[in-house]
Design a protein around this ligand. Sequence first.
Ligand code: 5GP
Length: 115
Amino acid sequence: MPTETIFTRIVRGEAPARIVYRDDEVTAFHDISPAAPTHILIVPNKTLRTLNDAGPDDQALLGKLLLTAQRIAAEMGIAEQGYRIVINCNSQGGQSVYHLHLHLLGGRHMTWPPG
Ligand code: 5GP
């Protein structure tokens, strides 16, 4: 499977996206097909296909992805009411884009368990 995805192109600025945050390690942008009133994707700039591909060297990066999501949730005004962070991994996990990403979902009540 190719490692280049649409997210790789968004990170490089080669494909359009509604960017909400970017630095030299992570990029966050609005999901093109939002599943909630707030739906932001937070991705590492380096290409990791899935969570399975992260290793000990990625420990700080994984923490940064979560803290970036936390900060964006606060900035978007959904922190107090609550939100959900999702990482889909491989086919049974529902992953469709093979560049590791966190979903930040909020603005509505979430149900459990997920489908
Ligand atoms: P996954 O199913 O892999 O966990 O999530 C992939 C997400 O990427 C989906 O929610 C989908 O709507 C979103 N997505 C797919 N293609 C694009 C795109 O070109 N731009 C943006 N902003 N989001 C995309």
